[in-house]
Design a protein around this ligand. Structure first.
Ligand SMILES: [Fe+2]
Ligand SMILES: [Fe+2]
Length: 359
């Protein structure tokens, strides 16, 4: 790739949180499902250094995804580009997405560590510690892979705000809702789709291993958070539900609505992708609108997972993070609520070992 490595003026940023940290001196294990999840996590630890073949060479100027499976190919403006320009576009869009995986995994690493501090039960602390290690490994593998592409894009502002709001929440249930349901709902679908789209064996292996870990993380949300929300005082439950509503609303707005057809939030990284190929942002937006008016949709091929419909909303509904009061708020905001948890449960069954889910 031709763009210079993106290194911000300052690479550190400090957040202050109101989180309470909790000791637990009762070491009895009384949440059987959590114990199983912890046992599974210990068994399934893998070593990025040893278990993956990093020697593979990658040409950063070539797409690492199958272009036929790439939703953007429906856009009229891409058909005006030369094949070489289209390859460049696909290569940079993929690099932009992988950069979001990398930054998102760092956010997951910090939220998992925060859960370890704050959850009140001993066995939940043990589980959260394994998630922290998992996320450290995920940061490591995506950083090493992106290093081969020689370019890292900055974190999209919408993803950054969502994870910041999660990290600085005042209750661990909000952190688990924001990370294990909303952000990991986004991530699971994106990983699942990348696993299907990529033509690079190394990236496929990385993503399969990451997916196996992530399915445990989503299962934790169900096993532990649901029970806690049910036992909460109604006012406290409404506070969690309000957090979930605001996080989903912001996420939907960032992505141009539930179906992705509205105006999206400005993303300086994506503007750089367009600049690499010489596409004017206004022409790209015009092409998106034309595609919509022509009935074309930048949509995923059959078999791909929809983060919002299949993972995020069913997870929130199932744990009780959507209440009657916030159902009305979702309706007012024209955000549909989906409660079919079948895709989510198929992914989780891999984490709990009931059946093998083909990722
Ligand atoms: Fe992760
Ligand atoms: Fe995770």
């Amino acid at each position: 790739m031709t763009a210079a490595q993106a290194v911000p003026a300052s690479t550190t940023e400090v957040l202050r949180t109101p989180m309470e940290i909790c000791w637990q001196f009762d070491y009895a294990i009384d949440v059987e499902k959590l114990r199983n999840l912890y046992a599974k996590a210990k068994e399934q630890q893998w070593n990025a250094e040893r278990d993956l073949d990093w020697a593979v060479a990658i040409d950063p100027s070539k797409p690492i995804v199958d272009e036929a499976q790439f939703g953007f190919q429906a856009l009229p403006i891409l058909h005006q580009l030369s094949p070489a320009q289209r390859e460049t576009f696909t290569a940079h869009v993929t690099c932009h997405l992988l950069s979001q995986f990398l930054h998102g995994e760092q956010g997951a690493l910090m939220t998992a560590a925060a859960l370890t501090h704050a959850v009140p039960d001993y066995e939940a602390k043990l589980y959260a510690a394994t998630q922290t290690m998992d996320e450290a490994r995920h940061v490591e593998v995506y950083q090493r892979y992106i290093d081969k592409l020689a370019l890292v894009y900055p974190m999209s502002p919408g993803l950054k705000e969502l994870i910041d709001a999660t990290l600085t929440a005042d209750h661990w249930v909000k952190i688990a809702s924001g990370m294990n349901m909303i952000v990991e709902g986004l991530a699971l679908a994106a990983f699942h789709n990348m696993r299907r789209q990529t033509t690079c064996d190394l990236l496929r292996r990385i993503t399969e291993n990451v997916l196996r870990d992530e399915s445990r993380h989503v299962a934790f949300g169900n096993v532990y958070v649901g029970e806690t929300i049910r036992d909460m005082h109604p006012d406290e439950r409404e506070d969690v539900a309000q957090f979930a509503f605001e996080a989903v609303k912001a996420m939907v707005a960032n992505q141009g609505g539930v179906d992705g057809r509205g105006p999206r939030r400005r993303d300086p990284g994506f503007l750089r992708v367009l600049a690499e190929v010489g596409i004017e942002p206004k022409d790209f937006v015009k092409s998106l609108i034309e595609a919509q008016q022509a009935g074309l949709r930048v949509e995923r091929p059959p078999g791909q997972v929809h983060s919002f419909k299949d993972l995020m909303m069913p997870a929130l509904v199932r744990v009780g993070a959507i209440t009657d009061r916030t159902r009305a708020l979702f309706a007012d905001a024209q955000i549909p609520i989906f409660d079919d948890a079948s895709v989510l449960e198929a992914m989780e069954s891999q984490a709990t070992g009931a059946i093998e889910f083909e990722v």
